[in-house]
Design a protein. Sequence first.
Length: 479
Amino acid sequence: MRVLVIDDNRDDRLTVRRYVGKSWPTAVLVEAPSAEAGLAELENGPFDVVLVDHHLPGQSGIWLIEEIRRRLSDEGPAVVMLTGSSHDENAVHALSAGAEDYLLKDQIRPDGLRVALQNAVLKRQLTVANQRLTERLAALQRFTGALVEAHGLGAIDDAIADHGPAVLSMSQHGLWLVDDGSLRKVGAATARPDELLLEVMETGETRTDDHRIAIPLGNGELRGVLDLHGTQPSEAERAAVANAMAQTLTQAVMRAHHLAVEKRLLGIASHDLRAPLFTVTMSAAILRDSGELSDLHRGVVERIERAAFSASRMVGDLLDFTRIELSGAIPIDRIDMDVRAVVEEAVEEARTRSPDRAIVVEGPESVPAHADHDRILQAMTNLLENALKFGDPAHPITVGIAQTGALTTLSVHNRGPVIQAESMSHLFEATVQEETEKKREGLGLGLYIVRRIAEAHGGKTRVESSADAGTTFFIVLPR
């Protein structure tokens, strides 16, 4: 762990050095007496965390934090503000400028300092991971948008070249097709395959070489090779990329259909985002439960958890959208289950994420059904998230369960903006969101997935909305 202490007071620097040496003897500590000297140290070598005094000669500590974030961006270290003042506004200014934490000088203790530095580094990692996930989701949307317009293998190859690096972490690529027993590169007829590509063609197996991976395409019969160049992947990432990309571009080569390629690549990129999302969610939970956070920092971690949950839902929706577009239906696995228990499970999860919102469940205590537990839970979660996002917080959300003859009806009601009549007929379509004064987030697939889940069970969806009665979404299922 490399620690940079920037403080014009020599005694304060010595105190920090003594405390770090006592509780963390393996840490490397570097000192600087001013903001300018601190920036020079940061340019000379990377640091894991920087301790910055609020009052510095020349430029202030706040200015320095802003400069660190401006110059180093995601590559920058975690920053902790040191201050001798207990004024809350100092903490607010530091956190707004980009610091992970702030410490009062007269309250620093050896063990507490070590914990604070470790937490700051972890919070920085979580923040950067969340930013990168957001960027990758945006890149994924741009990528799939380009593929929608692509017709033929040449256009698909261009779309991969233009947008693939941001999604697939590659610097360049080559799409090679098997033609009369040899490999021909799409878009470069005179190019010749090298030894690595010929080895893939001969063995039919994935091959890697430093910052490169070559993946065979075909189901039982080699149809082509995808050649990717970029940062060297780990073994797990290598296997995931090989399997996913082989499935994706095999479909492209065999079907030569741009829509199939678009949907498959969408599913691959979405699948690739699940691992980092899980890491963000679990790390945030560990940090939240550590017992070392102030109320202010606990709020920051909880916001990271909510953002990761939202991103995870978007990735799940993208994967389901891909499955639907490629197979025409969403897969379900029916079991004998209690619908009331599933509804209660979805409501409990919603209450955990939004503890300040009131959610009421009405209906029979037990409602037997033969359905897919996970899919019904997913549908109810989507409807509850919709109600939490757009409903009036001053009014409770009501979840209803009713049985009439051979039908079971699930409903989610909230007060809030009225859905306009012209939007009713296409509200359950993909990427359709009703315009309201509230900011919309997500991909617009939530209600579409709800409809397809209902249809997979032989059911249907509908919505009613008025100023007097509020808005109610219904799922009607056969028992």
